[in-house]
Design a protein around this ligand. Sequence first.
Ligand SMILES: C[S@@+](CC[C@H](N)C(=O)[O-])C[C@H]1O[C@@H](n2cnc3c(N)ncnc32)[C@H](O)[C@@H]1O
Length: 196
Amino acid sequence: MTVGSFDGWLYDVFMAPAERLGLASRRRDLLHGLRGLVLEIGAGTGLNLPHYGPGPTVIAVDPKMSHIRYARRRQRRGQYLVCARAEALPFRDATFQAAAGTLVFCTVGDPGKGLAELRRVLEPEAELRLIEHVRWERRPTMARLQDWLTPAWKTISDGCHLNRATEKLIEQAGFEIKRRREDFGGVFVELHARLD
Ligand SMILES: C[S@@+](CC[C@H](N)C(=O)[O-])C[C@H]1O[C@@H](n2cnc3c(N)ncnc32)[C@H](O)[C@@H]1O
């Protein structure tokens, strides 16, 4: 095993309990019914790739080459992996019919720029589907705990912010959230959004 593949292996080991406890089926629900050319951002080790139906062609991007290499073992026909950041997508305007991402906007360095890029590369009628963990606004004590933990957590978890107000950022970027499903009292959300 190379250092790069160890990185991917470690991520999968860390995620395995959550996958078994329901995240895998949440991934399947999120991606169900997507058609056309779909952009996946922050695809990581490719845990979503087996959950796309046979319909869409998927371009999955991630800035980490070690994750891209690891994701190749999950890649299927009609799925392509590209090394890129959400803030600088190497695609023309209005290329995609949909975009998806899971647990990614917590980590994107400049989420406002990433969402503006998504807006640019999506067709006007396109849909954005995300699963994210977010700042726990409904539980102010827990939200403050997330704020307090984030500086340390960021350094050990590759830049993940526990306290991102991702829904607010999505709306500020000009998307309208059409559907929303909560897990764990609202700290995890599934969002289906369209351009406003
Ligand atoms: C917590 S992992 C989630 C991976 C995968 N989506 C999943 O559900 O297992 C976050 C991923 O976001 C990627 N990432 C970090 N910064 C990014 C950026 N600026 N643009 C796109 N992806 C980014 C990381 O490399 C990592 O693979």
